[in-house]
Design a protein. Structure first.
Length: 557
């Protein structure tokens, strides 16, 4: 149940808090006072779309917060998303002009998908857009399915999953289907590419080709600098070389040993270095001696390197990438070669899935037909109560030519509102009052079966008056005995039935229009009802009439 709604810097609302009660809560006020803005703000905090135009002029952000009492269903949802709670649930939404909005549940930041998953069973908001939703035939199957029981809902979920699998296989088949000429061209190209790579007989050793080519091609430079390095170590033609300098240093250290035996350590280390340098010189000399210029080998390496570089440009930056590409080509070649067989296998899978979906859909149709009969009778009863005496409401079934996510049924709600009148689609209904009562009838039936504790009606009284308005009010009052109801209404017959009455009005502060809210006392309700009954002028007669309405309502309910 919604306990409190706090709105700040939202549209024309500066700072507003409403404490809702159990039962029937009604919001009234002049046109443009901000009643629907309050419902819009509630929709936003529950996960509806937000945009920067919602931010009050002169403010950087808007803020909406809703406080709920939670039941076991919501607690399970909170556990699922790892959100801590006690008996209260606080949901907030901050809207910014230059960045995404931020949603929090019990102070934990959540995505909008998580927010919607948590709030989907908190409140059901019926606004004017739902009139259009009800008129659209495509939505009728979802409305009917909302009345299904658990077993049939599980069956519908199975059909959904099978259909997803069916679509995935069909898409795969579509990707594989190519005409025979294109297929032969693709096979020829793949075979040419495979043969080109195979003809090179690539191995992992080919990774060293470039290194070997550079070495042989640059032997002259290698000999030049290698021999020069040897000369600096122990060359016979230099006045001084490294080994000579070390020998002189060793001689000096040897003399120092006579004066200080600590130098023995340094002498030994330098002696070791001399040995290592001499060994290094021998290794360099042996390596240089092993090198020789092989023109035939150089020519082979150049040709091999050209072949490898050509393949790299086409198929990969390394030998391993080229070989991996070839493996993929071979798999594709095999697939194309066996394309007809592969397509046949996919067709068999599609046929099996389609038969399975049709079988389950036929079973689902029977569930739907049973629910439809019950829904038709209940709608007629509800509409009869709502002063639509000669109404006939039918859930019409047609079979689809193809399977779908919803099975094989096409559902359309048909209605006749007068005696002798043929059944026709809801979209042919012109009367806003009739549409409001049909939607209220659906909500009344659904309210008895769902787990949603709160219902919001935004101007459910469109197009009705007099006795019909009284009956609509009685129906809302009946729903409020088991659900919290929050309604915006312009009709005194409905407003008088409310348990709690909130007046929404505008005031001006510093040349800025601000929406305010006030919970009305009994006497204040009389004046507000009198305003709704008499318009601008409130007379003693309208005040007496308003008081009688409230007193009669209290006595009856």
């Amino acid at each position: 149940m919604l306990r409190k709604l706090h709105i700040k810097n939202f549209a024309i609302i500066d700072n507003l808090t409403i404490d809702f009660d159990n039962g029937f809560n009604v919001l009234t006020g002049e046109t443009g006072s901000g009643k629907s803005i309050i419902i819009e703000a509630l929709g936003v905090v529950l996960g509806g779309r937000s945009n920067k135009e919602m931010i009050k002029t002169g403010s950087d952000s808007a803020y909406v917060e809703a406080l709920f009492y939670v039941d076991s269903y919501i607690k399970n949802k909170l556990d699922e998303f790892g959100i801590e709670y006690d008996e209260l649930l606080v949901i907030s939404r901050e809207i910014y002009a230059g960045q995404p909005s931020i949603a929090r549940v019990n102070n934990k930041t959540v995505t909008n998908n998580v927010l919607n998953a948590i709030t989907s069973n908190l409140i059901d908001i019926f606004g004017q857009h739902e009139h259009q939703s009800l008129l659209d035939e495509k939505n009728h199957i979802q409305i009917l399915d909302s009345f299904l029981f658990d077993e049939s809902k599980s069956l519908l979920l199975e059909i959904n999953q099978l259909y997803d699998e069916y679509l995935a296989i069909r898409e795969k088949k579509k990707d594989m289907e190519i005409d025979s000429i294109q297929r032969e061209r693709e096979l020829d190209l793949i075979k040419y590419q495979i043969d080109e790579i195979n003809s090179a007989s690539l191995t992992s050793d080919d990774e060293n080709i470039e290194y070997e080519y550079k070495k042989i091609n640059n032997l002259e430079e290698i000999f030049k600098y290698g021999n020069k390095a040897l000369d600096y170590i122990k060359g016979d033609y230099l006045e001084q070389n490294a080994l000579d300098m070390i020998d002189k240093s060793l001689s000096q250290l040897k003399d120092l040993l006579k004066l200080d035996d600590v130098f023995q350590i340094y002498y030994d280390e330098l002696q070791n270095y001399r040995f290592e340098i001499s060994e290094l010189s021998l290794k360099i000399n042996n390596y240089l001696s092993s090198l020789y210029y092989d023109e035939e080998r150089l020519l082979f390496l150049r040709e091999r390197l050209d072949t490898i570089n050509s393949l790299k440009k086409k198929y990969g930056n390394s030998i391993n990438e080229i070989l991996s590409y070839k493996n993929n080509l071979e798999e594709k070649y095999e697939l194309l070669t066996n394309l007809e067989n592969e397509l046949k296998i996919l067709d068999e899978k599609l046929n099996i899935l389609e038969k399975n979906i049709i079988n389950k859909s036929n079973k689902l149709t029977k569930y739907r037909q049973n629910v439809a009969k019950e829904l038709e009778e209940n709608i007629k009863k509800q509409l009869l109560f709502l002063n639509m005496e000669n109404v006939n409401f039918v859930v019409n079934f047609n079979k689809r030519q193809t399977i779908s996510r919803n099975g094989i049924d096409e559902i359309e709600f048909l209605i006749s509102t007068n005696l002798g009148e043929k059944l026709k689609p809801l979209s042919k209904i012109i009367s806003g009052g009739e549409m409001s009562r049909i939607m209220l009838a659906l909500k009344a039936i659904f309210a008895d079966r769902d787990n949603i504790p709160s219902l919001v009606f935004d101007e459910i009284d469109t197009g009705i008056s007099g006795r019909t308005a009284q009956l609509v009010g009685e129906k809302i009052k009946e729903i409020s005995k088991t659900h919290q109801v929050i309604a915006i209404s312009h009709l005194p017959q409905i407003v008088a039935l409310a348990d709690s009455h909130f007046s929404i009005y505008k005031s001006s502060e510093d040349n800025i229009t601000i929406t305010r809210v006030s919970k009305l006392s009994f006497e204040e309700r009389i004046r507000e009802l009198a305003r709704m009954l008499g318009g601008v002028s409130i007379t003693d007669t309208t005040l007496r009439h308003a008081k009688e309405m409230l007193e009669m309502t209290n006595a009856k309910h």
